[in-house]
Design a protein around this ligand. Structure first.
Ligand SMILES: [Zn+2]
Length: 361
């Protein structure tokens, strides 16, 4: 069984399946919802429903060629557009080729690592992306079935910036896509999607993920995290699996925060030496992610010990909430110092002393 891994959104999935089976699934959809809740993943799942060859009642069956290829991001009739940097080529045809290549590289990377970061500031779906989309949609499908076009971060769809003609062609296409084609747009911010595009799409709203779906998702992507770490991540990310995974980008920093707290609690003159042995913080990013993890851990412990529920790591068990908050204040100060380019080892020397004092003195 191999279908697109998707966590939560059970009701939306059922509604979409019901619409699909009764032949009432709209051809142009706009999936909205907060960052990291799984809008594009849900869209990929819907693509596998549409491209499944196992019959409507079973879709997505997870065993047919259509399901497998969609899951592997290798289906010739599934096209996933993500925002990219403006092509370098001057010639419009060469630009379209360049977009195709860049998107191919991004898909290859996502096949290797399905967790990806939010789009960077300057990326967009420009005129060359729109032209590629239209060109693709004009061809007959490779496998003779349906075609699915997914446009992620659709608020970045701005073909009119350089070609009104391409923009008009795109709108005409969205007005009346070929019968075999389904277009799924996604956005965190429907208000920023061009109104002319928005008005042509049927909205599908995804809410935040519940605790079970968050834990399931984290267990899937980060099986090495401890159950407590998963809970802390899940609680802090407020229903966004993407955010929880992003916070875990530098693997092990939560565990490092646990270790650092354990050493601070033991106290003694050799404390600082032992903290230093825990790891080198040569990379500034690594050091700031340790500070982020410390803040997460202390925040979770403060909430839990104040009766707000949630998870506490072992070194912070039975520590009063106001002590956790005082320690959190020291971490915030350390963060400011880190931004101000103070040497990480100096910051740690001060911080470990302050943490021991605030939490256990
Ligand atoms: Zn199938």
């Amino acid at each position: 069984m191999k279908t697109v891994e998707l966590f939560g959104h059970q009701q939306v999935r059922e509604d979409l399946l019901t619409a699909f089976r009764s032949g009432r699934l709209p051809q142009v959809l706009l999936v909205t919802g907060g960052a990291g809740v799984g809008k594009q993943t849900l869209s990929r799942w819907l693509a596998s429903v549409l491209l499944c060859q196992g019959g409507a009642a079973a879709a997505p069956c997870g065993t047919c060629q259509g399901c497998r290829l969609t899951n592997d991001l290798a289906h010739p009739d599934f096209h996933w557009f993500v925002p990219i940097l403006r092509p370098k080529a001057g010639d419009p045809d060469k630009q379209v080729e360049e977009v195709k290549e860049v998107l191919g590289e991004i898909m290859a990377a996502r096949r290797e690592n399905p967790v990806y970061a939010p789009p960077e500031g300057l990326t967009m779906h420009g005129v060359a992306s729109a032209r590629l989309l239209l060109k693709t949609a004009a061809l007959t499908t490779v496998m003779g079935g349906r075609r699915v076009i997914l446009v992620g971060d659709a608020e970045r769809l701005v073909p009119q910036e350089s070609s009104q003609e391409a923009a008009n062609a795109l709108l005409k296409f969205l007005e009346e896509p070929p019968a075999s084609t389904t277009v799924i747009l996604t956005t965190t911010d429907p208000g920023r999607v061009l109104p002319t595009i928005r008005s042509r799409a049927v909205p599908i709203r995804l809410g935040r993920l519940g605790p079970d779906a968050m834990e399931e998702g984290l267990a899937h992507y980060l099986p090495s995290l401890s159950a407590t770490d998963r809970r802390i991540r899940a609680e802090a990310a407020e229903g966004s699996l993407g955010r929880a995974l992003d916070a875990s980008a530098s693997a092990g920093s939560l565990a490092q925060a646990d270790q650092l707290l354990a050493i601070c609690r033991q106290g003694g003159p050799a404390r600082f030496e032992r903290v230093l042995k825990q790891g080198s913080f040569a990379a500034r990013g690594e050091f700031s992610s340790l500070l982020d993890s410390l803040a997460l851990t202390l925040g979770a412990a403060a909430r839990a010990s104040a009766g707000g529920g949630g998870s506490v790591v072992e070194p912070l068990r039975d520590v009063a909430p106001d002590r956790c908050l005082a320690a959190l204040g020291s971490v915030e100060t350390a963060r400011d110092s880190a931004l101000g380019n103070v040497n990480p080892h100096l910051i740690l020397a001060t911080l470990t002393g302050e943490l021991a004092e605030a939490l256990w003195a």
